[in-house]
Design a protein around this ligand. Structure first.
Ligand SMILES: Cc1cc2nc3c(=O)[nH]c(=O)nc-3n(C[C@H](O)[C@H](O)[C@H](O)COP(=O)(O)O)c2cc1C
Length: 181
């Protein structure tokens, strides 16, 4: 396991992937990380749909007017759903699960990128969530927060630049406008 301090610096969004198959055991470890993520009142209302069929990945890539195209190239996608009837914080729970899986993906040497679904639309105004519901057959009480596209990185990305961190957005004790100081 990678040191977490280094892992958070090295994780970058990856939108280009090689043809290399993902080891099924690695995929299980990734989903396990999502299933271990914290949820409000421990409701654990999320659902994850794992898609590796090339045709379906291409269909998913068209669910938004922009920002989703990279899914066509992904080796696999995890559609992250929350139960909107079970909890009013389904999107927080789903987001935490998604990002937990992203760090696990990075730790395994794979790459991933988040594709936003909630509040996103097709060119014709159709909500992207409806498009996914139609394609993947999930019920109305579930809503998609995002799709995580993953695979082995086809490009190398630089780690986060330590010097570019927005320390000015961190306030100690009280909010302070750094421009005024
Ligand atoms: C809430 C959220 C929504 C995002 N939506 C998309 C998206 O729809 N399509 C995409 O290509 N990247 C998306 N991203 C990835 C961001 O563009 C990326 O995290 C950001 O540019 C910082 O780059 P890094 O992840 O390499 O540090 C999203 C990330 C977050 C956290």
């Amino acid at each position: 396991m990678e040191n977490f301090k280094d892992l958070v610096q090295k994780r970058r969004s990856i939108r280009k992937f090689t043809d290399q198959d993902i080891n099924p055991e690695d995929l299980q470890i990734i989903i396990r990380a999502g299933l271990m993520s914290p949820t409000s009142k421990s409701t654990r209302g999320w659902h994850f749909i794992v898609v590796d069929d090339k045709d379906m990945l291409e269909k998913l890539s068209l669910c938004r007017s922009m920002g989703s195209q990279f899914l066509a190239e992904a080796k696999c996608a995890i559609v992250v759903l929350g139960d909107n009837q079970l909890t009013d914080v389904w999107c927080e729970d789903a987001s935490i699960a998604a990002v937990t899986m992203q760090y696990q993906i990075a730790d395994l040497g794979l790459g991933s990128c988040w594709c936003q679904i909630r509040n996103r639309f097709m060119e014709n105004g159709e909500p992207s969530d409806n498009v996914l519901r139609y394609l993947l057959h999930y019920p109305d009480n579930l809503s998609a927060e995002c799709v995580i596209g993953l695979g082995y990185p086809a490009i190398e990305r630089k780690p986060q630049n330590e010097d570019g961190l927005k320390w000015e957005n961190v306030h100690i004790g009280l909010y302070s406008d750094s421009e005024e100081n």
